[in-house]
Design a binder for this molecule. Structure first.
Ligand code: DGL
Length: 249
C-alpha cells in the first residue's frame, strides 16, 4: 500500500483526490488543507514555498511516499524548490490543460481560468508560449471562486454572478474550450457549464494528474493495489470547510 500525501491551500485539492481514488482505490491518503493561509492566489512565491516546505515535512512525517501538489498556484511557486530540497521524494504537480484545449479548439480561441499566481508563473508562461502562435489564449482570474468553494457556495445566485463576471470575457472572446487552472474551480463546474452552454467544453487536468501519480508510483516500484484504503483529513485552520466538501464527494 502506498501512502499518498496531497496538499492545497484549501479544499480545492479534493477535486484531484476524487480522481486519484479512481485510479488508486486501495491506498492510504493524507490530505492537507492549508486553509489558515488560504487563498494562495495573491501571495508571494516565497511565502507559498515556505508553506509548501512545512506541509511537505508534515506529510513525510506521517509516512507519505509521494506528494501530489494539488494546487496550481503552489505548483507554480514551489514545485521546483521542493524537488531540489527533497530529492528522494516524488512530487506530482498541476499543469493547466492548455495542450488538449489548443489541439481541440474549433474557434481557435481557448480560455484559461486560474489564479494570478498561476498565470504569472514561468511554468504556465512556458506552456502558453508553445501554443500561442497557433491559437489565441485568453486568460482570466477566477475572481472570488476560491472563496465561494471554501464557503461551500457551489451554486445559487452568488455563485452564478461571481462565475459569470470572470467567465463572460472568455466567452465573449470566442473561447470554445475553458481550461480550469485552479483545483478549486472544478467544484463550480456545473455553474461554469451552465453559463458557457453546450458548445463550450470545460477541461480539468485532474484525471491526467491522477494517471501521472500512478505512473510515478509504478516507476519507483512503490507497491500499490494491496489496500486497505484509508483517508485522513488535516487542515491548518477550521476543518469544517474541508469536511463539507469532502461530504459531497
Ligand atoms: N486551489 C489552488 C490552485 O489550484 C489555490 C487557490 C488559492 O488558494 O488561491 O491554484
Amino acid at each position: 500500500m502506498a501512502t499518498i500525501g496531497i496538499f492545497d491551500s484549501g479544499c480545492g485539492g479534493l477535486s484531484v483526490y476524487r480522481e486519484l481514488i479512481k485510479v488508486l482505490p486501495k491506498e492510504r491518503f493524507l490530505y492537507y488543507s492549508d486553509n489558515a493561509h488560504c487563498p494562495y492566489g495573491e501571495k508571494t512565491a516565497a511565502y507559498i514555498r515556505q508553506r509548501a516546505r512545512v506541509i511537505t515535512d508534515e506529510l513525510l512525517a506521517k509516512g507519505a511516499d509521494i506528494i501530489v501538489v494539488a494546487c496550481n498556484t503552489a505548483t507554480a511557486a514551489a514545485i521546483g524548490t521542493l524537488r531540489e530540497e527533497y530529492p528522494a521524494v516524488p512530487f506530482v504537480g498541476m499543469e493547466p490543460a492548455v495542450k488538449p484545449a489548443a489541439l481541440g479548439t474549433q474557434t481557435g480561441v481557448i480560455g484559461v481560468l486560474a489564479t494570478a499566481g498561476t498565470l504569472k508563473g514561468s511554468k504556465y508562461l512556458n506552456t502558453r508560449g508553445l501554443y500561442e502562435d497557433d491559437v489565441r489564449i485568453v486568460e482570466h482570474v477566477g475572481q472570488g471562486f476560491v472563496e465561494l468553494v471554501e464557503a461551500g457556495k457551489l451554486d445559487g445566485p452568488e455563485a452564478e454572478s461571481t462565475v459569470r463576471a470572470s467567465l463572460q470575457p472568455l466567452l465573449d472572446a470566442g473561447a470554445d474550450k475553458i481550461v480550469l487552472g485552479c483545483t478549486h474551480y472544478p467544484f463550480l463546474r456545473p455553474v461554469i457549464e451552465r453559463i458557457a452552454g453546450p458548445s463550450v467544453q470545460v477541461i480539468d487536468p485532474a484525471p491526467a494528474v491522477a494517471r501521472q501519480t500512478l505512473r510515478l508510483l509504478q516507476e519507483r516500484s512503490i507497491p500499490v493495489g494491496q489496500g486497505p484504503f484509508s483517508v485522513e483529513l488535516n487542515s491548518s485552520g477550521d476543518p469544517s470547510a474541508l469536511r463539507r466538501i469532502f461530504a459531497l464527494l
